[in-house]
Design a binder for this molecule. Structure first.
Ligand SMILES: NC(=O)c1ccc[n+]([C@@H]2O[C@H](COP(=O)([O-])OP(=O)(O)OC[C@H]3O[C@@H](n4cnc5c(N)ncnc54)[C@H](OP(=O)(O)O)[C@@H]3O)[C@@H](O)[C@H]2O)c1
Length: 287
């Protein structure tokens, strides 16, 4: 027999869903739904639960996340939520999941996916009346999500950002970018820089190979130059997951419809690579 969401809640001895007696002191934001439990959504949900929030999770491919109560649908997950977080692949995914979830008009939606400002605008127009939207994409990968050291670029009305900032602060540093869409816009700028820098570094390493400079020597010397941050990313030792398919999606958010030959060239390099390969392996492989 299939148990209901409420029955599964009752069977959870360690979490008193929506009725916790000892939650964090964040007024009105105790009940959080996380939609999308992939590489980034899962550690975010786990970290929020570990900080004492009552967290419901939903993912298209069902997953178990420690401390998180799984719902059978996005609609079920958001039913009583004060705050809904989406961490999904792209704009169309966020639009279909968030707009179809029937988020309560008293809730705030924080989209942490990288979708760009145009999709944020479409999303705002598709939400039920009363739902406040904060775009809050992040810099930092899975290790930063686990450890609460993300950089979070928040766009929204001052009141909406104020409301969610204490919750987001458990995930990392909140950087206020301005009105709705400004966080998403900043993230497009950052990832255009990141992806074009890594693609440039791939070419630079091929030049090093061609002129007989050992890779290790080249990387050491490049640390002090304009590609220093890209070199540091390759050798940081931090846990990261940045597949080519997500890098290409991010690059397209900045490039599409614009005359940007360098970024377009970086996109062509990505288009020729395995979409599931890690971006840094493309750089070091020099393919
Ligand atoms: N990975 C990083 O280091 C990183 C860093 C910063 C920002 N980001 C951004 O954060 C977002 C999530 O990244 P991620 O690494 O967590 O990606 P991911 O592991 O691929 O997870 C994406 C999630 O979105 C779900 N999804 C995709 N399309 C959907 C749809 N149409 N309907 C319902 N669910 C859908 C996936 O469900 P399934 O599992 O069923 O496919 C999965 O739960 C992306 O926008 C990415 O650009 C990623």
């Amino acid at each position: 027999m299939t148990s209901t969401f409420a029955q599964r809640m009752a069977a959870m001895p360690d979490i008193r869903w929506w009725h916790r007696s000892a939650g964090p002191t964040v007024d009105g934001m105790q009940k959080i739904a996380v939609l999308g439990l992939g590489h980034m959504g899962a550690p975010i949900a786990r970290r929020l639960a570990a900080h004492g929030f009552a967290v419901a999770g939903w993912s298209r491919t069902p997953r178990q996340v420690e401390g998180v109560i799984m719902a059978g649908s996005a609609r079920e997950a958001v039913r009583s939520a004060d705050l809904v977080i989406t961490m999904l692949t792209d704009g169309p995914a966020v639009l279909s999941v968030a707009a179809g979830a029937d988020i309560p008009g008293t809730a705030t939606l924080v989209d942490m996916s990288t979708i760009g400002p145009d999709a944020v605008r479409d999303l705002a127009g598709a939400l039920p009346a009363g739902v406040d939207l904060v775009d809050a994409p992040v810099a930092g990968s899975t290790g930063a999500a686990e450890g609460g050291t993300l950089r979070i670029f928040a766009g929204g009305t001052p009141a909406a950002v104020d409301r969610v900032a204490p919750v987001l602060a458990t995930l990392g540093e909140v950087l206020r970018c301005g009105p709705p869409g400004s966080g998403a816009a900043m993230k497009v700028v950052l990832n255009t820089a990141l992806v074009t820098a890594l693609a440039s570094l791939a070419d630079v390493l091929r030049v090093a190979d061609a002129v007989g400079v050992p890779r290790a020597d080249a990387l050491e010397a490049l640390r002090a130059g304009p590609l220093g941050n890209a070199v540091a990313r390759l050798s940081s030792g931090q846990v990261a997951y940045f597949p080519v398919r997500l890098a290409a999606k991010d690059l397209a958010l900045g490039v599409t419809g614009r005359d940007l030959p360098v970024a377009v060239a970086a996109g062509l390099r990505l288009a020729a690579a395995d979409p599931e390969a890690d971006l840094t392996s493309i750089v070091l492989g020099g393919t």
